[in-house]
Design a protein. Structure first.
Length: 137
C-alpha cells in the first residue's frame, strides 16, 4: 500500500511539475531555469532574485497590454485583463503552494515553490506577450 501511494504521489508530483513548467523546445537541452545546478542557500537566493525579476517583467507586460487596449478604445477589456491577472495570481499561488507541499522532504523542497513561481510566471509573460503582438505591437 505504501509503495503504491509513493508511486502515485511521485507520478502526481511529476505531472504537476511538468504542467508548471513551460515546454522546452525538443532540440534544445536548456536547463529548466537560471538557478538549476545550484544548491542550498545559493539556490534559494538565486530563485528569489529570479522570481522578483520575472514579476517585474510580467507587470511591465500587463501595463503594456493595458495601454494597447486603451489605445484601441477597448477599455472594457482592460478591466477583464485586470480580473484575469488577479485570477491568474490566485491560481499560480495555489498551484505553487501545492508543489511546495508535494515536494516536502525531498532534495528540491527548499526551492520548489520559487522555481514553480518562476516557471509559471515565465509562461504568463509569454501569453501576455502574444496578446500584445495580436493587438499590433
Amino acid at each position: 500500500m505504501k509503495l503504491r501511494l509513493l508511486i502515485a504521489s511521485s507520478v502526481f508530483v511529476w505531472v504537476s511539475s511538468a504542467l508548471a513548467a513551460p515546454p522546452a523546445p525538443a532540440a534544445a537541452a536548456a536547463p529548466a531555469g537560471p538557478c538549476e545546478g545550484l544548491a542550498g542557500a545559493e539556490a534559494t537566493s538565486c530563485w528569489a532574485k529570479e522570481v522578483s525579476a520575472v514579476q517585474v517583467t510580467l507587470n511591465e507586460k500587463i501595463a503594456a497590454a493595458s495601454d494597447k487596449l486603451k489605445a484601441a478604445k477597448k477599455d472594457a477589456l482592460v478591466e477583464v485583463l485586470k480580473k484575469s491577472q488577479y485570477d491568474w495570481v490566485v491560481s499560480r499561488t495555489s498551484h505553487c503552494e501545492f508543489i511546495e507541499k508535494a515536494e516536502a522532504g525531498t532534495a528540491v523542497a527548499a526551492i520548489s515553490r520559487s522555481a514553480c513561481l518562476y516557471r509559471t510566471t515565465q509562461s504568463r509573460i509569454a501569453a501576455v506577450g502574444l496578446l500584445i503582438s495580436n493587438l499590433g505591437g
